[in-house]
Design a protein around this ligand. Structure first.
Ligand SMILES: C[S@@+](CC[C@H](N)C(=O)[O-])C[C@H]1O[C@@H](n2cnc3c(N)ncnc32)[C@H](O)[C@@H]1O
Length: 252
């Protein structure tokens, strides 16, 4: 990219050049992809299981301490797969706000859950300081153009003692797992999509998805960025060599 942000969540990888050449173009192109794919996103997500499903998202939130009565901000909420899990955990006494730049994805979210929705980017969150107890972001870090700005915003909107919890897929370290993931993304899923005759609208998004896994920042760079923003107790756990949870606490 010509004017690539030095702190974007993607490396300057040749695989991404066909998609966009500047930060502005990246925002336009990815928003158009998500708007287009919104209607088919949930079924494509169920087919690929690389999210990995509603149960896993809920389990991550629960394990990381989201409980009844809390205020949750779900950044990059998309069609609401994390948001719905959050609503169930905070219960009627809690508050959930869903933020996403794609009107198409938010329209799908509103069909399944009634929460406050905000159209906007992680890098400039339209909320006052110290509003939320828990901030989640599911599978969207690689779409953020400036993770330093996004993480500063996360720190700002969290109350002291509040927690950030990011779910993301990372490139597996082992060659065998890398090969299996490549086979799953490049062969199995397109084949299943063709056989089922669905998901034509998410085809472009899916190809982009595979390319961004390869071009995503290394876990250590993400942990460093969380520390740079001011988070404490920064940590990362990994399941099945692919699914990562990055967490941090806003100091009191
Ligand atoms: C792969 S979807 C993830 C949706 C949902 N969180 C999930 O777990 O399935 C990525 C979402 O990130 C949103 N997004 C892209 N760039 C963003 C940014 N800079 N800030 C916040 N959200 C962004 C997209 O509009 C899209 O809805």
């Amino acid at each position: 990219m010509d004017d690539k942000s030095p702190h974007g969540a993607l490396k300057d990888d040749p695989r991404l050049r066909p998609y966009f050449r500047s930060e502005d173009e990246r925002r336009r192109v990815t928003q158009a992809m998500f708007d287009e794919a919104a209607g088919g996103y949930d079924s494509a997500e169920a087919l690929t299981a690389l999210g990995s499903g509603a149960w896993y998202r809920r389990e991550v939130l629960r394990r990381n301490g989201l409980v009844e009565g809390m205020t949750l901000l779900d950044v990059a909420a998309g069609t609401g797969l994390v948001t719905v899990a959050g609503v169930a955990l905070v219960g009627p006494g809690g508050r959930v706000v869903a933020l996403d730049p794609s009107p198409g994805m938010l329209a799908e979210l509103r069909k399944k859950v009634s929460v406050e929705t905000l159209e906007g980017y992680a890098e400039s969150i339209p909320l006052p300081d110290a509003q939320v107890d828990f901030l989640s972001m599911g599978y969207a870090l690689r779409h953020v153009g400036d993770i330093d700005r996004a993480f500063s915003e996360y720190l700002r909107v969290l109350k002291p003692g509040g927690k950030v919890c990011l779910m993301e897929i990372s490139r597996p370290r082992g060659r065998l797992l890398r090969g299996l993931l490549w086979f799953h993304i490049s062969v199995l899923v397109p084949l299943l999509a063709r056989v089922s005759g669905r998901h034509a609208d998410v085809g472009r998004l899916w190809a982009y998805y595979g390319d961004t896994i390869e071009a995503a920042l290394d876990p250590d760079a993400i942990l460093d960025a969380l520390r740079r923003a001011g988070f404490k107790q920064v940590d990362c756990s990994v399941s099945l060599g692919i699914f990562r949870e990055y967490t941090g606490i806003r100091p009191a």
